[in-house]
Design a protein around this ligand. Structure first.
Ligand code: KG4
Ligand code: ZN
Length: 334
């Protein structure tokens, strides 16, 4: 079979990225321009600044990616792009760039859902087999997805309020350890002990999650300590918070696997980089003889490589777009 080269673009949040992926599994070249340093000053992503930065960066990442791959547009078979969900202004930059390339070079255009991209990041590390359960944990999403087959998604549960990544970032801001908070909490919690009592959120039989109560509990704890002029131990608070998150995430994920009688688990999204979550799920899956897979760290947070991987399977399953493709900020995974 002829090899398929996809040039993919991702710009849904604060990373401008272009990648060339072979056959949905091989990273030929990836370029990512992150805006984290700019948004750090504001303690979170500022949408208007993000779209302006994407405009500055988009042609740079495309040219650099082709250069890195030592390829020309003529060698590319398809163009793929994240069209949603995400920040509308950011998405539009990638979508317009992809449509332009598709039009000028006469290449089919493949629309990719950002969450599908996170899920297919796993295929860059290990070939995905079905049926499987995907735990999607990122800055914008917390979902349990049942995949009966290739590119077939059924959301069986999700957060009722904040995403897990949002919760990590907010807690980090409250305890004053910077943005994005996930990696820092992950790191400092290793040095802490479980000292603070925090509620186990939405501890029920559903596959849904809720993080706003946990977030508020940390905020209240911080305020109360301040009033009492007590000093919070940041490492211990990070550890107490992370223990609770790991417990509820792993409990619901293992329940979904058991109820659906599925023997494969993949984890996806920026929070999939979390050491404690990765380790606990690995341990539980080993115990239950469940095939467990998580992307390489570099493919956990936003990148275009995962979009190129997903696009291969999207196209195989009939997803194709034309010049009328539009960005959709709250697009659902279907
Ligand atoms: O997937 P992603 O790059 O962007 C979205 O699509 O939302 O995820 C970003 C999120 C941020 O909230 C960041 O704090 C979190 O992933 N994150 C982590 C870790 N690394 C990144 N959260 C917990 N532990 C980590 N090691
Ligand atoms: Zn993402």
């Amino acid at each position: 079979m002829k090899d398929v080269y996809i040039l993919a673009i991702e710009s849904s949040c604060d990373e401008t990225s272009c990648a060339i992926v072979k056959n949905g599994k091989e990273d030929i070249a990836t370029v990512i321009l992150s805006q984290i340093d700019i948004h750090t000053n504001f303690g979170g992503v500022v949408p208007e600044i993000a779209s302006r930065q994407h405009i500055k960066n988009i042609t740079i990442v495309i040219e650099e990616c082709l250069h890195k791959a030592e390829m020309k547009m003529e060698n590319i078979d398809y163009i793929a792009v994240t069209y949603g969900p995400g920040l509308i202004g950011s998405l539009l930059v990638g979508v317009e760039a992809a449509k332009t390339l598709s039009f000028i070079y006469n290449k089919p255009l493949i629309p990719v859902n950002h969450i599908a991209g996170h899920i297919y990041a796993n295929n860059l590390t290990k070939e995905m087999k079905y049926p499987l359960i995907a735990l999607v944990i990122s800055g914008g999403h917390t979902e349990l997805v049942y995949m009966k087959d290739e590119y077939n998604f059924e959301k069986i549960g999700g957060t009722l309020d904040d995403s897990i990544g949002e919760c990590y970032d907010k807690v980090a801001r409250v305890i004053g350890i910077g943005y994005p908070g996930g990696p820092v909490i992950d790191k400092i919690s290793e040095k802490g002990i479980h000292e603070y009592n925090l509620p186990l959120p939405l501890n029920d039989d559903s596959y849904n999650f809720s993080f706003s109560g946990l977030k508020s509990a940390v905020i209240n704890l911080e305020h109360n300590s301040k009033q009492r002029k007590e000093i919070i131990n940041k490492e211990n608070l990070a550890r107490s918070f992370q223990d609770v998150v790991v417990e509820i995430i792993t409990k619901k994920t293992m329940k979904a696997l058991k109820d659906k009688n599925v023997k494969r688990l993949i984890v996806a999204g920026g929070v999939a980089a979390n050491k404690a979550i990765r380790n606990k799920l690995k341990e539980l899956c080993e115990k239950e003889s469940i095939d467990y897979s998580v992307p390489d760290l570099k493919y956990c947070t936003d990148n275009a490589t995962m979009i190129g991987a997903a696009a291969y399977f999207a196209y195989k399953n009939g997803r194709v777009a034309d010049i009328t493709l539009n960005a959709k900020s709250s697009e659902k995974l279907v």
